[in-house]
Each structure stands twice: as structure tokens, then as C-alpha cells.
Ligand binder design. Structure first.
Ligand code: NAI
Length: 338
């Protein structure tokens, strides 16, 4: 393993001592899988976030280069790199927020569930270290299949005796980002002015955009509803096919992950009324995990917003989504309990 210097950037030019600067107020954030397709732009964008004072970049390959590169950006966050499993626990010590985009992405023809065997083990290892070194951190899980990796993380934390359901969040923000974009296109609006709740989970038919609750209030024809629902559910596959074997969404995902992480940090700081969709340990339906709008606070999830009135189309879709979600949750739980 490459030994990092005191700045964690692997450079050898520190022949004099830099003047120590006072720690800037802010949060300590770790990104696990930081050298990947999502990890790199996500790390770059988190380096720009003024709420971040310390940014730890961890991966099993290539972190020295990514860390060196990002550490030259003239923003306040101090960046440190960590390479390989024997540096994992150091990467996590004292973190307030841990973002996990580690794992393999889809190739054309694959479902998110096809990633289960590899990514389940990766998420398990990472969460075991989180339980040891930063059990109070907010954890944002991006690694797919999110519908199963979040239950896996929960089981790992339960075993370690550190599970706090409020602090574990599966990132479904990309579904919301896509929904806002596609709906804005149909309505001829600026996507920044559109808010589409997306509930359920993060795979195929479990992704359920609530088009009857779009803000600003809008009505859609049956054709529009079918087109939009299908495009939002299959937005990921659209990118996988366009990339033709070179991976899945990385840039829009990094954008979505930062939007979500920023919401978590603003809530940690005490900002009121931070509401986002996330896949969490939930009481909104009879399922143990479910994505819906939640209010975020200093302790993570502080309130579940009700699903609200659903259209007949949405009620029928929800029943189908729930069946698939239940199976995905069980699969994750079984992976740890086996
Ligand atoms: P990638 O293959 O480009 O990057 C993954 C990174 O994880 C690599 O740098 C790899 O070295 C690292 N990694 C592998 N094993 C690791 C371990 N044990 N510890 C730490 N790092 C490890 O993949 P990409 O495109 O960045 O996707 C990452 C994950 O995010 C995939 O599972 C993908 O399916 C998922 N994803 C989730 C989305 C969501 O909406 N939640 C959207 C898009 C992708």
C-alpha cells in the first residue's frame, strides 16, 4: 500500500512544514469507493461543499491519484486518501457522514439484482468497519441493489449492536432527479421548479413516481403517465445501454448523491424543513424498508411524511412494487443471517 503523506495526497514535495490552519467548522465526510465512476465526481463535488471540513477518500485502488488531484482544489475541505482494506478503519474514524458508492455497476442486459453477489459482500465489509469506527455517522448507501444493500447494512449494524434506523439511508435521489427532469420536459417547465415524489424502492417497478402529487399541481393524460412512469423506472437502463458496457449512470448519480448528502448535512447542522425521498427503515407501509419522503434532522430521519392520496394507477403499481420489494429485503437479510 502506498504511504500517504500528512496531506494524504501522496506527493513528495513537503520538504518544509506548512503553517497549520485552524480547523474550519464543518462536517467530516468519508466516501467509500471514491476512485470509481461515481466516486470521482462525487468526491470532487463534495470538496466544493462548504459544509464539509474534512473529506476522506477510500477505495481499494487508485485513491492516491484521485486524492492528489482533488486536494489541489482551492476550497476549504481538507482531503485525505486511504487505500486498501487495512486503511479502511482509519478512513472512517470520527466521520459524521459516510457515503458508499463502492461496488460493480450494471452492464447491458443486467438487472440491479444481478449485482447482488459481489456488492452484498462489499457493503457488509464496509458496514462492519463503520460500526467499529463511526457508529453514530449518517450512512448514505448508493451501491446496488439498494433494495437489498440497505437491509444488509441494517443487519450488520444490528449484529454489532449499533443499529440506529434513523441514520441509515438508501439513496434514491437519482430517481427523483430523473423524475423532475422528465416531468419538466413534458410540462415545458424549468426542472428546478418541479417536485416529483418517488416512493417504493430503487429498481424497475419498485420505483414509483407519484405523478398525481407533482408540484406545481399538474394533470397528465393516461399516455403521459405511462410514458413518464416507464421512463423514470428505466432511466438507469437508458444510461447503461447508451454506455454500452462502460458502466451505468455516474455523473447524474454523483450530482444526485451530492444533492442528498448536502440535505443530510444541512439537517445535521440544524436547518429545519429538510425533506427528501430516501429508502429507509420505515413505518409508512407494512414493509420493513420503503422509500418515501422523510424529514431529516440532527439525528437523521426524524419524521415520515404520509404517502398522501394515490391515484388508482398508483395504488395498483404500489401493490406490485411491494411484492418485489419484500423479496429484495428478505434476500438482503438472508445474506447476513445465513
Ligand atoms: P465503478 O466500478 O466505476 O466504481 C466502483 C468503485 O468501487 C471502484 O473504484 C472500485 O475499486 C470500488 N470498490 C470495489 N470494491 C470495493 C471495496 N471492497 N471497498 C471500497 N471500494 C471498492 O462503479 P460505479 O459506476 O461508480 O457504481 C458504483 C455502484 O453504484 C454500483 O453498485 C452501481 O450499481 C451503483 N449505482 C447506484 C445508483 C443509485 O441510484 N443508487 C445509480 C448508479 C449506480
Amino acid at each position: 500500500n502506498l504511504k500517504m503523506n500528512e496531506h494524504g495526497d501522496g506527493s513528495s514535495l513537503t520538504s518544509f512544514h506548512c503553517r497549520a490552519k485552524g480547523a474550519s467548522p464543518g462536517f467530516k465526510v468519508a466516501i467509500l469507493g471514491a476512485a470509481g465512476g461515481i466516486g470521482q465526481p462525487l468526491s470532487m463535488l463534495m470538496k466544493i461543499n462548504p459544509l464539509v471540513s474534512v473529506l476522506h477518500l477510500y477505495d481499494v485502488v487508485n485513491t492516491p491519484g484521485v486524492t492528489s488531484d482533488i486536494s489541489h482544489m482551492d476550497t476549504a475541505a481538507v482531503v485525505r486518501g486511504f487505500l486498501g482494506q487495512n486503511q479502511l478503519e482509519d478512513a472512517l474514524t470520527g466521520m459524521d457522514l459516510v457515503i458508499i458508492p463502492a461496488g460493480v455497476p450494471r452492464k447491458p442486459g443486467m438487472t440491479r439484482d444481478d449485482l447482488f453477489n459481489i456488492n452484498a459482500g462489499i457493503v457488509k465489509t464496509l458496514c462492519e468497519a463503520i460500526a467499529k469506527r463511526c457508529p453514530k455517522a449518517i450512512v448514505n448507501v448508493i451501491s446496488n441493489p439498494v433494495n437489498s444493500t440497505v437491509p444488509i447494512a441494517a443487519e450488520v449494524f444490528k449484529r454489532a449492536g449499533t443499529y440506529d434506523p434513523k441514520r441509515l439511508l438508501g439513496v434514491t435521489m437519482l430517481d427523483v432527479v430523473r423524475a423532475n427532469t422528465f416531468v419538466a420536459e413534458v410540462l415545458g417547465l424549468d426542472p428546478r421548479d418541479v417536485d416529483v415524489p418517488v416512493v417504493g424502492g430503487h429498481a424497475g417497478i419498485t420505483i414509483l413516481p407519484l405523478l398525481s402529487q407533482v408540484k406545481p399541481h399538474s394533470s397528465f393524460t393516461t399516455k403521459e403517465i405511462e410514458y413518464l412512469t416507464d421512463r423514470i423506472q428505466n432511466g438507469g437502463t437508458e444510461v447503461v445501454e447508451a454506455k454500452a458496457g462502460a458502466g451505468s449512470a455516474t455523473l447524474s448519480m454523483a450530482y444526485a448523491a451530492v444533492k442528498f448528502a448536502d440535505a443530510c448535512l444541512r439537517a445535521l447542522k440544524g436547518e429545519a424543513d429538510v425533506i427528501q425521498c430516501a429508502y429507509v427503515d420505515s413505518q409508512v407501509t407494512e414493509l420493513p424498508f420503503f422509500a418515501s419522503k422523510v424529514r431529516l434532522g440532527r439525528d437523521g430521519v426524524v419524521e415520515f411524511l404520509p404517502l398522501g392520496p394515490l391515484s388508482d394507477y398508483e395504488r395498483a403499481s404500489l401493490e406490485k412494487a411491494k411484492k418485489e420489494l419484500a423479496t429484495s429485503v428478505e434476500k438482503g437479510v438472508a445474506f447476513i443471517r445465513k
